[in-house]
Design a protein around this ligand. Structure first.
Ligand SMILES: C[S@@+](CC[C@H](N)C(=O)[O-])C[C@H]1O[C@@H](n2cnc3c(N)ncnc32)[C@H](O)[C@@H]1O
Length: 223
């Protein structure tokens, strides 16, 4: 199961696998689109960092033609899939990780979906600061991530729920073990409280929980 990005699934098979790995994966997008509908109802400049295969942008553009997207990802292969999916939609692409983003006050919306939990603390903070800096005043940052529960017991229970979901989706035991073994090694999830503290520390005027279930949560913060 070699991969050309930080997830265990190569860019070409990513879309077909991810819905069987992340409970509510499509709901993440629904929540984001609904929040943006209220926060930024007019034309908007939108950066999706860690865009992967570009699914979020494709879904937004099915509903709205007044959004100008910039998609960033450090994996060339993922970005190529996104380019293929979004051909002719006027999207700008950047081969960059979040902590390398050089953009300042350009966007009304910045999203990072399942792409920042690979960071260890220091680089994670720089990544969030760069996302904040990329926003215009009043712009909104929305991030979904694998999170850690606030005690070992709760984390183990949430992990068991996720493993049961993975089994229910027909994932082989070997693949389920691979997912659980990555936690704390390839991914470095932090708690919801740590997320909110980090967002405030990085310069956002507000930071709140958008959604949570299993081992994933969404947060939104206003610059
Ligand atoms: C699990 S996929 C999520 C892709 C997409 N956002 C989605 O929701 O389907 C993780 C993505 O994060 C990207 N990624 C890995 N490290 C990153 C970093 N430091 N900054 C931004 N993106 C990163 C990977 O290349 C990959 O495309």
């Amino acid at each position: 199961m070699g991969s050309d990005n930080a997830s265990p699934y190569g860019s070409v098979i990513y879309d077909e696998h991810i819905v069987h790995v992340l409970p509510f994966y499509r709901e993440f997008h629904e929540q984001i689109m609904d929040l943006v509908r209220v926060m930024k109802p007019g034309a908007a400049d939108w950066l999706d960092t860690g865009c992967g295969t570009g699914t979020l942008a494709a879904r937004v553009l099915e509903q709205r033609d007044d959004v100008r997207f910039t998609l960033a990802d450090p994996s060339e292969k993922m970005l190529n899939e996104a380019k293929r999916k979004l051909e002719g939609r006027g999207v700008r692409f950047e081969l960059l990780a979040s902590h390398e983003l050089p953009l300042t006050s350009e966007f009304d919306v910045v999203t990072a979906v399942q792409s920042h939990h690979y960071y260890r603390p220091e680089e994670r903070e720089e990544a969030v600061r760069r996302c904040c800096r990329a926003l215009r005043d009043g712009g909104v940052f929305i991030t979904f991530e694998n999170v850690r529960m606030s005690s070992e017991g709760s984390d183990a229970a949430a992990m068991k729920r996720w493993m049961d979901f993975l089994r229910g989706q027909g994932n082989p035991e070997e693949e389920i073990r691979l997912q659980t073994d990555r936690r704390g090694v390839e991914t470095h999830p932090i708690t919801a409280e740590e997320h909110l503290e980090l967002l405030r520390r990085c310069g956002f005027r507000s930071a709140d929980i958008l959604w949570a279930s299993y081992l994933q949560a969404g947060f939104w913060a206003v610059r």
